[in-house]
Design a protein around this ligand. Structure first.
Ligand SMILES: Cc1ncc(COP(=O)(O)O)c(C=O)c1O
Length: 423
């Protein structure tokens, strides 16, 4: 799945999730005393959604399950270079503490090298290491936004944004991506979404789960838009290396036109989410970059969250991307070819076009809500898929599957889903 942890997906509610069956008691007592004791921003509805309840019941009954939502690459049968990874973590230099708000220079040099390999020049001084892309988001949000300030985010997109923003007291305003033989940014809606409190535009390149890259023409328009309204760009590029056609797409890391924060990390680049290494590369007009770096430095210095062993290992871990990415790309293409093969044998469903990333979106008949459909598929054919509303699809009729699922499971799972949807 796409959520940071298995837990958060349990709370992502369906738009009509409160109907039936009755939700379990909340994990948290929402009484007066509690509301006075805790911050309003943590006043989350912690009741599991109906799909999570159905999944828990399925597991409790020990029924078999084909999980088409797996997105943890360490659980998908890939062969990692175990000794290279483990040896890299036992560098004796880790016995001394050299605090640096940006992170150790040897690790930042490796990150700059990653961009140099793609012909982008990024200075080691413009890179801050973080423990995750999520932490990188929080640093950037804190740098740009006062409580209540707004950021524009694509819709559909990555479900964790809501939590990342709420925790930082940032308001998210959605701008739609429109689907017409591929996804495009709705620039008219983007323009409409702007208010005096808007501080920046987030792009996910390629987006999760639509698999759409920001095109060169869109990038130009985004730069113009941000320049005109004095906004920053925040580019999430965790899936940048997974273009299905193998043609490298340009990074935003060297974007000079406007203040740009490019976020990425090892969780997808090297298939190593457990290592907790990510970064922010800052670029743009010199005066703005200098001001941003000064502010980021104070935030990062306050936490100094990177540990020494992992930073010393970063050059080796980043290098692992070169061997794991071909395996992942092969998996993505194999599963995509399989779903396409099966789709030609039926009429009810289609796959939306995609260019990259680890997910595929299926367009399915709307005979019930997507959440009800996902629950039905779980109960009747023991397959777990994500309903579109997890990613803020604007209407029902969308299911999301992970393309890094082991191929045998993927084939069988898709067969069952399509069988159920083509009675
Ligand atoms: C678009 C996007 N950004 C960021 C992340 C998380 O990255 P990290 O593990 O570095 O926090 C994910 C995880 O699936 C993602 O889909």
């Amino acid at each position: 799945m796409n959520f940071q942890s298995a837990k958060i997906q349990h709370f992502k509610d369906s738009p009509n999730g409160s109907e039936d069956p009755p939700l379990q008691a909340r994990l948290f007592p929402y009484n007066d005393a509690a509301s006075k004791m805790f911050a309003k921003r943590t006043n989350w509805n912690l009741a599991p959604n109906r799909l999570s309840l159905a999944l828990a019941a399925h597991r409790a009954a020990r029924k078999p399950l084909i999980d088409l939502t797996v997105s943890n690459p360490t659980e998908c049968g890939f062969e990692y270079d175990r000794s290279a990874i483990l040896n890299a973590l036992s560098n004796p230099a880790a016995l001394s503490y050299e605090p640096n708000p940006r992170g150790l220079e040897c690790a930042r040099r490796a990150v700059a090298g990653y961009y140099a390999d793609r012909d982008d020049s990024v200075s080691v001084e413009d890179i801050f290491l973080t423990t995750s892309t999520s932490e990188a988001y929080s640093y950037v949000f804190r740098t740009l936004c006062d409580p209540g300030d707004e950021l524009l985010i694509p819709s559909p997109s990555y479900p964790l944004f809501d939590f990342l923003a709420e925790i930082q007291d940032v308001r998210l305003v959605r701008y739609p991506l429109l689907y017409d033989h591929g996804w495009q940014i709705d620039f008219h809606a983007l323009e409409q979404a702007i208010t005096p409190r808007t501080r920046g535009v987030i792009v996910v390149h390629p987006n999760n789960p639509t698999g759409s890259f920001v095109s060169n023409a869109e990038r130009q328009k985004l730069n113009e838009f941000c320049r005109q309204h004095n906004l920053s760009l925040i580019a999430d590029e965790v899936f940048l290396d997974y273009a299905h056609d193998g043609a490298p797409r340009p990074s935003f890391a060297a974007n000079q036109d406007v203040l740009t924060f490019t976020l990425s990390g090892l969780s997808k680049i090297a298939g190593l989410p457990q290592m907790k290494v990510a970064w922010i590369a800052t670029s743009g007009p010199t005066d703005k970059v200098t001001a941003a770096l000064g502010r980021l430095e104070i935030i990062a210095d306050t936490y100094l969250s990177m540990n020494a062993p992992i930073q010393l290992a970063t050059p080796v871990l980043l290098e692992q991307g070169k061997s794991i990415q071909p395996l992942l790309l092969d998996r993505l293409r194999t599963n995509l070819a399989e779903v396409d093969r099966q789709l030609t044998l039926q009429k009810a469903c289609q796959r939306l076009q995609l260019e990259g990333g680890w997910y595929a979106v299926l367009r399915v008949p709307v005979t019930q809500s997507d959440e009800d459909l996902a629950i039905d598929l779980l109960r009747k054919v023991s397959v777990l898929v994500h309903p579109g509303h997890f990613y803020d699809f604007p209407s029902d009729g969308y299911l999301i599957t992970s393309l890094i699922t082991p191929p045998k499971d993927f084939r069988a799972g898709v067969e069952r889903v399509l069988g159920r949807l083509n009675p």
